[in-house]
Design a protein around this ligand. Structure first.
Ligand code: SAM
Length: 509
């Protein structure tokens, strides 16, 4: 089963609204899965003591990718994965702190786990990820609802933590690391369609956007060794995968100089500086290593995206022509208050550069409505920026104050909920209009699509994506999952392209 959700399905729309996020298309959200759970594929262990772990993941793609690392570490300890909660010996929930609603969802889920645990007292429950550091005391001491709390940089400590839990001792490790990238762990692909996979390239974030909790929950930014990235990509290709998404909070900031924090690069030796690998270099390496593998990446931060990266994208036809470029607001005053290190003008120039170098590039946004002090004029600036860019997709949120962030400490959350909601709705309406404008521009063209699986609405049709990340649905005929197919686009909704297969695509091997 796929872990993607379709906005055309009303129950899902409700889910998304409950989570406080609004997605304008059924395409993979580059940085949010909004409380959807991962579907574990059964991973069998060689250890005869075979215990079962059930893992649920919430939040960003990074969390989903981390759960695959966790499954890999635990499989060496004799754990196989299960999708049936009741049969698990160990239940892990990989958590997200990005908005208050995300945390509430996890806490509700923990109540369900505890109800199961009351009938199966040997079952242990662990909290992983971003909520671990923030709420460890509540979980362990006040509410006593979990047995183990593990932060995003401490997964290699899981074998010893599980041992402590087995002995009835408290098991906590939320220490953030300067070095850990899990480059040496081969992830166990969970809930995989066998076609697309995430490859993590950086961890942590140094941006310090005033609204964002990530630097506090995931620590400082560090990059993963390019050799280990290439090895993972080559292994995925060998195992039949056709598309990878290079993941990080801010991929354009990728910088490998032998290990260590990005902020310490200045202290690196001359030799380290001369041989450093940046994101444009990494993209080139990966694109050349597997010319028939599609390469995507997420997330790009406007202040770090260079012309070099855009030119590398244009040069290699296996790098997908799609950029997720969160802007958060169209107002210079609000951008400054958010500590986004670019202006509206600079962002628009970046968009112009992307469009002049890659005219058919798909572009998507993240937007926050109702940041502290946001006026109607600031909101109109956001709408006019959207009108300028006409994004293909969007992920839109009402501001949610996060404890510990600079905005949480220094700015009053002063925009009334109904005003936030109204502004958010206006942003969503505009995004839907632009999404339709963009999908209509594909009609009549023939585009290469990578088949990912059955269409949600019909098992007679395939669902795949074009290079711009738009979903394409077409009749199956003789084509198979994982095939590249040229599809003539005949019709569209604001979220989906409908077409007819013409022939195999150029990347079919
Ligand atoms: N690293 C990316 C960036 O800085 O653009 C994405 C970070 S975050 C995981 C994903 C999105 O959640 C953000 O782009 C932002 O739109 C939204 N977000 C983060 N903090 C938020 C908050 N306090 N309230 C509402 N939305 C928030």
């Amino acid at each position: 089963m796929s872990n993607k959700k379709n906005i055309n399905d009303l129950s899902v729309l409700e889910n998304l609204q409950n989570e406080g996020s609004h997605q304008s298309s059924p395409h993979r959200n580059p940085n949010e899965y909004n409380g959807e759970t991962i579907d574990n594929q059964l991973v069998t262990s060689e250890n005869p003591s075979n215990r079962k772990v059930y893992i649920e993941s919430y939040g960003c793609q990074m969390n989903f990718s981390d759960s695959e690392i966790v499954a890999s570490i635990l499989s060496k300890e004799g754990f196989s994965t299960t999708t049936i909660l009741e049969e698990a010996d160990l239940v892990l929930v990989n958590t997200c702190s990005i908005r208050e609603k995300a945390e509430q969802t996890v806490r509700k889920r923990l109540e369900t786990f505890n109800a199961v645990k009351s009938k199966k007292p040997d079952m242990k429950v662990g909290v992983l990820g971003c909520m671990a550091e923030r709420l460890k005391h509540q979980f362990l001491e006040e509410e006593k609802i979990v047995d183990m709390v593990v932060g995003p940089d401490a997964y290699k400590d899981l074998p010893s933590l599980v041992g402590k839990v087995d002995e009835g001792r408290e098991a906590v490790n939320v220490i953030l690391s300067k070095e850990e990238t899990y480059g040496d762990i081969a992830p166990v692909r969970l809930g995989s369609n066998g076609v697309t996979a995430f490859v993590s390239i950086t961890r942590g974030c140094d941006n310090m956007c005033t609204f964002c909790v990530v630097p506090f929950t995931r620590g400082r930014e560090r990059s993963r060794d390019p050799e280990s990235i290439l090895k993972e990509v080559n292994d995925l290709w060998e195992n039949g995968f056709k598309e990878i998404t290079l993941l990080g909070q801010n991929v354009d900031s990728y910088l490998w100089y032998g290990g260590g924090l990005k902020k310490d690069f200045e202290k690196a030796s001359k030799m380290q500086k001369a041989t450093a690998v940046n994101f444009a270099d990494l993209l080139t390496l990966v694109a050349e290593a597997q010319p028939n593998m599609r390469i995507r990446f997420s997330t790009s931060n406007p202040q770090d995206m260079t012309l070099d990266v855009i030119e590398v994208m244009a040069k290699y036809d296996n790098i997908c022509k799609y950029i997720h470029l969160p802007v958060q607001s169209g107002s210079d005053r609000i951008l400054k208050k958010m500590n986004r290190l670019h202006t509206r003008e600079e962002y628009m120039r970046l968009i112009d550069n992307i469009r002049s170098i890659i005219p058919d590039c798909g572009i998507s946004q993240d937007m926050i409505a109702g940041f502290p002090t946001e006026t109607e004029e600031d909101h109109q600036d956001t709408l006019s920026l959207m009108e300028y860019v006409k994004y293909d997709f969007g992920f839109m949120f009402a501001y949610s104050e996060r404890p510990g962030t600079l905005a949480g400490r220094k700015f009053e959350d002063d925009i009334p909920e109904e005003v936030k909601k109204r502004r958010l709705n206006e942003i969503i309406q505009m995004q839907q209009k632009h999404a339709l404008y963009r999908t209509q521009s594909h009609v009549g063209k023939t585009e290469e699509v990578l088949i990912e699986g059955d269409s949600k609405k019909s098992d007679q049709h395939w669902m795949g994506r074009n290079s711009q990340n738009t979903v394409v649905v077409f009749e199956k005929e003789h084509y198979q999952i994982g095939d590249y197919v040229n599809v003539k686009i005949e019709d569209c909704t604001s979220a989906t392209l409908l077409g007819k297969a013409v022939e195999y695509g150029a990347h079919q091997s």
